[in-house]
Design a protein around this ligand. Structure first.
Ligand SMILES: *Cc1c(COP(=O)(O)O)cnc(C)c1O
Length: 360
């Protein structure tokens, strides 16, 4: 067996201990004589898996009792519609557009009401987070929407926007469980799990209970109504059972590692190794305004397309894979999620140093 260091933005690296555990349990989960893949979602064994997953997530994030945790399908992108369908009572919402994912959410919301773009960083290829301390928040806005960590551009909100008392809705797909959060500051926190938690195919929605109502936009499908899933404990229909199981394992791994304070410490340490190198390199440079840099996604360029391609190719041959940047930024991007060990980042920096010397 030979494992690579996988810097993919998503689906992404998972903790090796978790992969080993699920492999061991593949033929016989906990004496049931079957894999979780083959198991009824109505069985006692599965009920225990989903209950423990929820409880472990609640422990990790310190989720208050007046928030529900939903395990849903359709990925993060389905939430772009589900949020306005369920929350746009006044048919007005304000969007802060800091990248492609926020832009897609903003465009989708326009189908359901008046979506206002109250701030954007598109003028500089989304390389920074705009000042959100005093934005023209609409008096009748149902919510203010952000994408907290911009996977493609490598920016992160270090401070939440001043929503002037309006509900905050946040897409945390690529920074989920990377550091502690104060859940009480949000109406909804949601994220696709395939970036920093588990396999693809699921979104976790953490939603304040009073936002779960039958008062949704006319025509909202049953499956896209939060209440449907909240009332059924995320088992209204067949959920992505295997994904819930793997995520549950990752939650236990995170708890064993010391929780989100410890993950934050590790993530800061890992990111510093890479950013410190970029800041002194003569060949590579980071593309993001330093104060807004993400701990999870680190885009960088040489400024020469052919050199970038050469780097990506040679890095892959050295076992450092999926470093090609998103087509809208070009260059490279290293995603260094929770499950990327420090050794992986050190190996990347050592390779970059060597490449720089060889190509000086
Ligand atoms: C990947 C990503 C999405 C889209 O996720 P899907 O699960 O593929 O729909 C949305 N938002 C952010 C921030 C992402 O990184």
């Amino acid at each position: 067996m030979s494992r690579v260091y996988n810097f993919s933005a998503g689906p992404a690296v998972l903790p090796e201990v978790v992969l080993k555990e699920v492999a061991e349990e593949m033929m016989d989960y906990n004496g049931t004589g079957m894999s979780v893949m083959e198991m009824s979602h109505r069985s006692a064994a599965f009920q225990q898996i989903i209950d423990e997953a929820e409880q472990d997530l609640r422990d990790l994030m310190n989720i208050p009792d007046n928030y529900k945790v939903l395990f849903l399908q359709g990925g993060a992108s389905q939430q772009f519609a589900m949020i306005p369908m369920n929350l746009m009572k006044n048919k007005v919402a304000d969007y802060i557009v800091t990248g492609q994912w926020a832009k897609k959410a903003y465009q989708e919301a326009q189908k359901y009401g008046k979506a206002n773009k109250i701030a954007s960083s598109e003028d500089k290829t989304f390389s920074y987070i705009p000042d959100c301390s005093d934005l023209p928040v609409s008096p009748d806005a149902d919510y203010v929407y952000i994408c907290e960590n911009n996977t493609i551009y490598g920016t992160k909100f270090k401070e939440l926007p001043n929503t002037k008392g309006k509900l905050l809705v946040s897409d945390v797909s690529s920074c989920f469980l990377s550091e502690p959060v104060d859940v009480t500051k949000y109406g909804i926190i949601y994220g696709g799990v395939q970036k920093n938690i588990g396999p693809a195919g699921m979104v976790i929605v953490i939603i304040r209970e009073d936002l779960i109502t039958e008062d949704v936009l006319p025509g909202t499908p049953t499956m896209l109504t939060y209440k449907t899933h909240a009332d059924a404990g995320s088992l209204y229909n067949t959920p992505n059972a295997y994904c819930i199981y793997v995520c549950g394992k990752v939650f236990k791994w995170l708890k064993a590692m010391g929780g989100l304070e410890e993950m934050k410490r590790r993530n800061e340490e890992k990111a510093k190794i890479l950013y410190d190198f970029l800041d002194q390199s003569k060949l590579f440079k980071g593309t993001v305004v330093p104060k807004d840099r993400s701990l999870m996604n680190v885009p960088f360029v040489t400024g020469d397309k052919e050199m970038d391609a050469k780097f990506v190719k040679e890095a892959a041959a050295a076992g450092l894979v999926n470093l090609k940047g998103h087509r809208s930024v070009g260059g490279m991007r290293a995603s260094i999620y929770n499950a990327m060990p420090r050794e992986g980042v050190e190996a990347l920096v050592a390779f970059m140093k060597k490449f720089e010397e060889e190509n000086a």
